[in-house]
Design a protein around this ligand. Structure first.
Ligand SMILES: Cc1cc2nc3c(=O)[nH]c(=O)nc-3n(C[C@H](O)[C@H](O)[C@H](O)COP(=O)(O)OP(=O)(O)OC[C@H]3O[C@@H](n4cnc5c(N)ncnc54)[C@H](O)[C@@H]3O)c2cc1C
Length: 526
């Protein structure tokens, strides 16, 4: 095995390529780049380990040629590279578990080139998501990609981790939007997947979702759309989850394409009704912190849930998740749905009328435009406020899984049953398709003392992922795999891992690109 260079030799080589100002070993840079927003990394930090896996250094190449030189240097000396976009990933994809060089691509912001006639845009991978959308909006266009993290994530990160936005049922996921991309391969070679004829294999999709393990994406050509002039938004209330899901399935299978389609389970609905926010917008945090906002009066299960939580405090309440989940089971079975369409006036009118007919037929009660408009207005008020939960001695995480309609309810029940003894759990259904749908679970648990937090975190995830596979579902819909789900991928990909091994060994013979991510080291080998 090749002897790794010393840290000072690595830095010397990189400074020669980029200059001193764009190579850093300063503590703030190294700490900031030693993890993304993976909750487990947050647990490390809360336990006093601010940088469990520090990189040797952080670099900011300014051009594709500079990036290529950095990668070639690292390949020659067997130095691991970890690509870094916005660092908003939640699966540990940017944690430098083997040290090496973190390559932050955000300095590589280049020109945004819009082709109005073809309705495409070419944009640099390091561009901030909201900045890209702003540029398109100024030209009367939209990408139609609105992840909740749009203000702190990049185009390259979206492509690398197969991101989905809030309007995915209408515009698709990022892999449906990308037409071609440019990348620096692990040898330093630059490739452009646009250089192909229509009948050739599509190399774009080899790099999409590869989470930096096969190369560094530097720019991409994407489909864009004229900005929508008309919108219709509604809330519907269903008395049972099953009826709401039937409404969603039938709407999608009728060929309708809602821009937003979300169904909250009874607990998530209850939290939204009592805090004004759903779990993805901090409602869980409000619920766990106080009962002062509760509109529930009397002695029903809802009041008892709030009062019990208020008495026990956040961490105390979460220390008995099974009891909390039992209380939640006794809540009313109502489920709130948010649905909306956008586009040309005539198309919006026809689609919304048809959808409303289907949803009413399945038992939905029209709540008017209010819930939909409220959702749209607050859709980015996501819980970056998670730190309040950590400070109170607890942690929270989310799991986005997907399956076909025939297995969806079984998946929901299986995961709740598996996680229920360990964490307070709820869910909403979003990213609906003709064939199936994604479920977004939120779970919160008490951290406990010392090492127990990490062990508890792992127990929850193992229970959850085993349940997902028992239900025949996929463990990742749009957050990527990173370190968190890489072992689960071995089961999901089975024999096809051999293809991955050939691909990885061919493109990255030194194994330097984001090692240990997506699949465990050596996966698919003999
Ligand atoms: C509050 C919050 C809300 C979120 N909501 C959503 C949501 O609605 N939808 C959604 O899809 N995700 C969501 N996420 C997750 C996260 O934003 C996505 O995974 C996003 O795609 C990550 O982009 P990033 O630029 O931050 O990538 P990073 O976190 O920097 O990196 C993600 C992975 O991609 C690799 N990578 C980054 N840039 C490149 C590149 N140029 N070339 C090759 N590999 C690269 C990294 O090595 C890493 O493996 C959310 C996260 C948070 C914290």
């Amino acid at each position: 095995m090749m002897q790794r260079m010393s840290q000072s030799e690595i830095i010397g080589g990189l400074v020669a390529l980029l200059g001193e100002a764009r190579v850093s070993t300063s503590a703030p840079d190294v700490i900031a780049m030693s993890a993304d927003l993976w909750p487990k990394a947050q647990i490390w930090k809360m336990s006093g380990e601010v940088e469990r896996h520090p990189p040797d250094c952080v670099v900011w190449p300014g051009t594709e040629a500079e990036l290529s030189a950095v990668v070639a240097f690292c390949a020659e000396h067997g130095i691991p590279i970890v690509p870094y976009g916005g660092g908003s990933g939640v699966c540990g994809g940017t944690v430098p578990i083997h040290g090496g060089v973190v390559v932050d691509v955000k300095r590589m912001e280049g020109e945004v080139e819009i082709d109005r006639a073809s309705l495409t845009v070419v944009a640099p991978a390091g561009i901030n998501g909201q900045h890209l959308e702003d540029r398109l909006n100024a030209n009367g266009l939209t990408l139609g990609h609105f992840p909740s993290s749009i203000m702190c994530s990049t185009l390259g990160g979206w492509l690398a981790a197969r991101s989905a936005g809030q309007f995915s049922s209408c515009y698709g996921k990022i892999e449906d939007m990308v037409l071609s991309l440019r990348a620096v391969l692990p040898t330093g070679e630059i490739v452009d997947t646009e250089d192909r004829q229509s009948g050739d294999p599509d190399w774009t999709q080899v790099l999409v979702g590869s989470e930096g393990t096969l190369g560094l994406i530097t720019s991409a050509r994407l489909r864009v759309h004229p900005s929508a002039k008309h919108r219709w938004l509604r809330g519907f209330r269903f008395h049972h989850l099953h009826d709401g899901l039937e409404g969603m399935r039938q709407t999608m299978q009728a060929g309708l394409r809602p821009m937003v389609f979300r169904l909250y389970d009874p607990l998530d609905t209850f939290i939204a009704m009592n805090t004004g926010k759903s779990t993805d917008r901090g409602g869980l945090i409000d619920l766990l912190r106080s009962n002062s906002s509760s509109k529930e009066q009397g002695s029903g299960p809802a009041t008892r849930l709030f009062q019990g939580l208020a008495r026990a405090g956040m961490s105390g309440g979460l220390a008995v998740p099974a009891a909390l989940n039992r209380f939640a089971q006794a809540l009313p079975s109502n489920c709130k749905m948010v649905v909306g369409f956008e586009g040309p006036e005539e198309a919006v009118r026809i689609q919304s009328e048809r959808a409303a007919t289907i949803l009413r037929r399945e038992g939905g009660e029209d709540m008017g435009a209010g819930p939909g408009e409220h959702w749209l207005e607050h859709r980015y008020s996501v819980s970056f406020k998670q730190s309040r939960i950590y400070q109170a001695g607890a942690f929270v995480d989310t799991m986005e899984v997907s399956t076909t309609w025939d297995r969806l309810e079984a998946l929901y029940e299986e995961v709740k049953k598996a996680v229920g003894p360990h964490a307070f759990i709820m869910a909403h259904f979003s990213h609906a398709y003709r064939e199936g749908c994604s479920i977004y679970f939120t779970f919160a648990a008490s951290r406990g003392a010392g090492d127990r937090a990490e062990a508890h975190y792992e127990r929850i995830w193992q229970s959850a992922l085993s349940a997902v596979h028992r239900a025949g579902a996929s463990a990742s819909h749009h957050h990527g795999v990173g370190l968190l789900k890489r072992d689960a991928m071995v089961e999901e990909h089975g024999n096809m891992l051999r293809v991955w091994r050939v691909l990885k060994d061919t493109l990255d013979p030194k194994g330097i690109m984001n090692p240990g991510k997506l699949f465990p080291d050596g996966a698919g080998g003999a």
